[in-house]
Design a protein around this ligand. Structure first.
Ligand SMILES: Nc1nc2c(ncn2[C@@H]2O[C@H](COP(=O)(O)OP(=O)(O)O)[C@@H](O)[C@H]2O)c(=O)[nH]1
Ligand SMILES: [Mg+2]
Length: 368
């Protein structure tokens, strides 16, 4: 028998908790392999959500309440995770909203995915079979869809469709490892921080589609402006893809600078200057990527590994040159040659960088 704790954060959810709690217990009662608890983490809700839950405690022996300071969603979750781990040593932790947006009927699917070997199960709105509420105002839809796309492309992790949702099952070992990281993120951005951490740790991810229902009672607490700002800040400081693009840009200057030095100042042959400069840029890119962009999956410290990786790196770089050469000529044939530098920038930004990033991830800096 394995123990799971479903953590449900509440802030002014008086009208919802009373309905949600019995529903959750009802939908998990047939899971005979699991002992399932609910932990409500309430941030001093002025509408007395906490008191309502307290009254239910005697009726449901597996219901628990943790009261914390009003300090953001992320803070409430990290406090609750720590509390749950200490008190129950669970095998599995859940995140779930209190406002009935997350259908408790889906809970058995999460358990099934965990039993099949997943470490981290995401209830995803932006995949086949999933959805966001039709009745959401256009600005809310745009904010939600766009926010997720920015994160997906910012991390170049296209296989994860829903980064910001809060319906998830996560094995406790991941949360334990992640605590010191997610403690820094007290707001909604904590969801992205936790997911990013789990992926970098090599957790086996699984997405299941969910239909997110609009809340009927109470109000959303999300502050869109703050969340967008936090998303950009987080991506710029944590995305290996962004770091990779910065390394690429640096490489461009190294290449150009050394070419200039050899061709203009040293007056070497043009081919020789170019050969030295491109190879120097390739080496500096390789080193910076290993120790910065992909620092969380650095290469094994062995000459043979470095050598074979460096050869692969050169091969991928040659592919980049080929793509650029062919692409720019094609564009010039179709649209005329005047704007060659525009084609070059577009090809680098939208083809060469994603192409090489994906290949490096697949063949050199592999997920552990
Ligand atoms: N404990 C706690 N829960 C919060 C806080 N902010 C939001 N929540 C809860 O987190 C869940 C999702 O919040 P909600 O406002 O519905 O966000 P939305 O679904 O994105 O609009 C709900 O259960 C809220 O009650 C907070 O500061 N503390
Ligand atoms: Mg909600």
């Amino acid at each position: 028998m394995r123990l799971a704790v479903i953590v449900i954060p509440t802030y002014n959810e008086a009208g919802n908790v009373e309905r949600l709690i019995p529903l959750v217990f009802k939908h998990v009662k047939d899971l005979s392999n699991w002992e399932i608890h609910i932990l409500i983490v309430d941030s001093e809700s002025p509408d007395k959500t906490g008191e309502i839950v307290r009254k239910l405690l005697s009726k449901y022996p597996r219901l628990h309440l943790l009261s914390v300071d009003k300090d953001g969603l992320g803070k409430a979750y990290t406090d609750a995770f720590q509390f749950a781990i200490q008190k129950f040593s669970p095998y599995l932790l859940f995140e779930m909203d209190a406002d009935l947006s997350h259908d408790p009927k889906e809970l058995p699917h999460f358990f099934r995915s965990i039993e099949k070997g997943a470490d981290f199960v995401i209830g995803a709105r932006y995949m086949k079979g999933g959805s966001i509420p039709k009745e959401w105002a256009p600005h809310r839809k745009i904010f939600s869809v766009l926010g997720n796309l920015i994160v997906r492309f910012g991390f170049m992790k296209l296989e994860i469709n829903d980064w910001t949702g809060g319906y998830r099952a996560i094995k406790t070992w991941i949360v334990k490892d992640a605590l010191s990281h997610i403690k820094n993120y007290s707001g909604y951005i904590f969801q992205i921080a936790l997911l990013d951490f789990a992926i970098k740790k090599g957790a086996r991810m699984k997405q299941i589609p969910i239909q997110f229902a609009d809340r009927k009672i109470g109000e959303s607490k999300i502050n869109a402006g703050q969340v967008i700002f936090d998303i950009f800040t987080y991506i710029f400081t944590h995305s290996s893809f962004i770091k990779f693009a910065i390394v690429g840009l640096l490489g461009f200057f190294v290449d150009f600078g050394i070419s200039y030095l050899f061709i203009e100042k040293v007056k070497s042959a043009v081919w020789l200057g170019t050969l030295i400069s491109t190879e120097t840029a390739i080496i500096s890119n390789f080193v910076l990527n290993n120790f910065w962009s992909f620092s969380y999956k650095k290469l094994e410290n062995k000459v043979s590994v470095y050598l074979s990786s460096f050869i692969k790196f050169n091969l991928v770089s040659s592919g980049s040159i080929l793509i650029q050469t062919v692409g720019i000529q094609l564009a010039a044939n179709i649209f005329g040659r005047q704007l060659w530098y525009v084609y070059k920038i577009l090809i680098i930004a939208f083809i060469v960088i994603p192409y090489s990033y994906i290949l490096y991830n697949r063949f050199i800096w592999k997920e552990k």
